[in-house]
Each structure stands twice: as structure tokens, then as C-alpha cells.
Design a protein around this ligand. Structure first.
Ligand SMILES: [Zn+2]
Ligand SMILES: [Zn+2]
Length: 192
């Protein structure tokens, strides 16, 4: 007969999840990590109330803004949430003006963007990816059987592509939350 080992367990009264006794894990289960009150599994996130999470994010934004350098002018790109990049605050203002409900608050500041070189097309990486998809174990880019002349031409084409992308001034952007620039005032006169 097998030895029976008994272990004390506790479980969460809300979701029924079992935890080892001794800690307060079961008591913490289904409670909000921010305010400590019970969660409603139907509407809340897994570990926080939706409202508590939103409050935290808003506070983080306020703190970030408090620390940010506030510029009156900025010659580069600016950023608006949801991955929208604009070449100037004026362009951003025009976009918001056309997109926002008339009663929505008008933003006072925009986040400045850092410019980076556009990523390069990496032939080695592309071919490695191609070889991986080939499905044969240990099949690498160098195992692809291709005429050396064709490979050379491909290499030259990739180099020309990268050079041209750079030459034409393509850039990547990402928001620099350390800098914000003042937005132009809401264009009230254009409302009619
Ligand atoms: Zn629970
Ligand atoms: Zn909460």
C-alpha cells in the first residue's frame, strides 16, 4: 500500500485555484494588485482592476511628462499614441483636428521622436530564414545550390537597394519620451 502524504492546501474562494498552505497566495488570488480588493473576472484584467490599471498608466504618464524636457519648438518628427508619426507638430495638429470629436480635449504637448537609419536589408539573414524554412535539419544558407554569378548579382542588387534607401533619406523613428514639444492651439476658426 502506498504511503499517503497529506498536505494542507488552501484555495481561492472566487476562482477555486488551489495553493499550498502557509502563504497568503490564496488570499491574494483574484484580488487587484493595485488596490487589493476582489476582482471581477468578467470585466477585469487577470491581476488588476481595469480602472486601477488605467489609473496607474495615467499616473506613469504624468510622471513621465513631469520629467520630460519641454520644448517650444522641434524640427523633427513627433509621435502620437498608436504608432502615428508626423513630420511636424503642425501636421499632427491637422490630423488630430480632422480626426477628433469637436468636444474632445485638445492635446497641449506632443512627444518628440528620435530619427534612426532605416534598417538595412541583410541578404545573409534573408537566406538563413529561407534555408530554415526549407525543412531539412542543419540545412544552412550556404547549402542552397545557386550559380555563383547569380549570387553575386543578388548581392550587388541588395547593396544597391540599401544604398538607395539611404540616399533617398528614408528613416526610422521612435518616440523619445524625455522630450515633448508644445502643440499649436486648436484651429477654432476652421470649424465652420
Ligand atoms: Zn482566484
Ligand atoms: Zn483595484
Amino acid at each position: 500500500m502506498a504511503e499517503v502524504k497529506e498536505k494542507m492546501m488552501s484555495y481561492c474562494g472566487l476562482c477555486g485555484r488551489v495553493y499550498p498552505s502557509g502563504g497568503d497566495d490564496a488570499a491574494k488570488c483574484c484580488t487587484c494588485g493595485v488596490c487589493g480588493l476582489p476582482l471581477d473576472k468578467k470585466v477585469d484584467f487577470f491581476t488588476t482592476h481595469k480602472a486601477c490599471q488605467a489609473k496607474c498608466e495615467a499616473e506613469a504618464e504624468v510622471q513621465m511628462f513631469a520629467k520630460a524636457e519641454k520644448l517650444e519648438e522641434w524640427g523633427g518628427y513627433v509621435f502620437l499614441e498608436d504608432d502615428h508619426y508626423f513630420s511636424s507638430v503642425e501636421e499632427l495638429a491637422e490630423y488630430i483636428y480632422n480626426d477628433l470629436e469637436p468636444e474632445a480635449p485638445w492635446p497641449k504637448w506632443a512627444v518628440c521622436c528620435l530619427e534612426e537609419d532605416f534598417p538595412k536589408l541583410d541578404l545573409g539573414e534573408v537566406l538563413e530564414g529561407l534555408a530554415e524554412n526549407h525543412g531539412v535539419e542543419d540545412f544552412g544558407a550556404s547549402d542552397i545550390d545557386v550559380d555563383p554569378e547569380v549570387y553575386k548579382a543578388l548581392e550587388a542588387a541588395v547593396d544597391a537597394f540599401n544604398a538607395n534607401v539611404k540616399e533617398r533619406g528614408n528613416h526610422s523613428f521612435h518616440p523619445d519620451y524625455h522630450k515633448v514639444v508644445r502643440m499649436p492651439a486648436r484651429p477654432m476658426d476652421a470649424q465652420s
